[in-house]
Ligand binder design. Structure first.
Ligand code: F6R
Length: 242
């Protein structure tokens, strides 16, 4: 695991955007694994800026998002389908047929999860996976106690995740309780991983994932097993590192 500490959020974000754009430049038909959430929003903004400046194009690039809420239509404003359209896909030249997000409104969500896992394998796996991390150490929606050998499946959100994500919904009761998420083993199969964490609220998760014991209580600590993981953090997120 390589840990990169930046003075500011902006410099960490720019470094992650350079990492993703560099991968696409070197292999235009690469497969990117993508995340949602507040932390990675500025990364997508930075990628859009590079695209608008003619520095990168995505028309051959494939993507697989980590997760989606079960029960939300893709058009629901809080779905991760909408998030990705708003922040990246509708603002660049990604082709819709090359972008993948689990269908949270599938008639059989468990079958959709199995299908999604097979889709990733069928595409030859993920070249570079972008990750954020939850305050409780989750990656994707792999909450504490998730099996380190888990694959894409249904996962109930932890109460603290429901609380954290309620900032995007009108009422906390509107937050879906269940997700389809890539598993920890799915994530670990990516060739390379870039995790971004910023802000003091992530300092404990960052300490646990980098220095803590390998434990299902901090799912992100599983990244210690991955040979090519880079952790991009700002000074605040690095504050609890020894
Ligand atoms: C969502 C995802 C989550 C987020 C995490 C951090 O696709 O993968 O694991 O990365 O919940 O979210 P923010 O960045 O909003 O703190």
């Amino acid at each position: 695991m390589k840990v990169l500490i930046f003075d500011t959020v902006t410099s960490a974000v720019e470094a992650v955007a350079d990492r993703l754009a560099g991968k696409v430049a070197g292999k235009p038909d690469c497969v990117l694994g993508l995340a949602t959430g507040g932390t990675v929003e500025p990364v997508y903004e930075a990628l859009v800026a590079r695209y608008e400046a003619g520095r990168v194009r995505f028309d051959q690039t494939h993507t697989f998002n980590l997760d989606e809420y079960v029960g939300l239509e893709p058009t629901h404003p809080m779905s991760y389908h909408s998030y990705m359209a708003r922040h990246l896909f509708d603002r660049t030249d990604f082709r819709a047929c090359n972008t993948h997000i689990p269908h949270g409104n599938a008639a059989d969500p468990a079958a959709e999860a199995d299908h999604y896992e097979r889709l990733i394998k069928g595409r030859g796996g993920i070249d570079l996976q972008l990750l954020g991390v939850g305050e409780n150490g989750h990656i994707g929606f792999n909450e504490p106690t998730s099996s380190l050998s888990s694959v894409t499946r249904l996962k109930t959100l932890a109460p603290e995740t429901v609380r954290a994500n309620s900032r995007y919904f009108e009422h906390q009761s509107d937050v879906p309780q269940v997700s389809i998420t890539m598993g920890i083993a799915t994530i670990l199969q990516a060739d390379e991983i870039a995790l971004l964490a910023t802000g003091s609220n992530k300092a404990k998760a960052v300490r646990d994932l980098i220095e803590g014991p390998l434990s299902a209580m901090c799912p992100a600590s599983a990244l210690q097993l991955h040979q090519k993981t880079e952790v991009y953090i700002d000074a605040e997120a690095a504050a609890e590192l020894s």
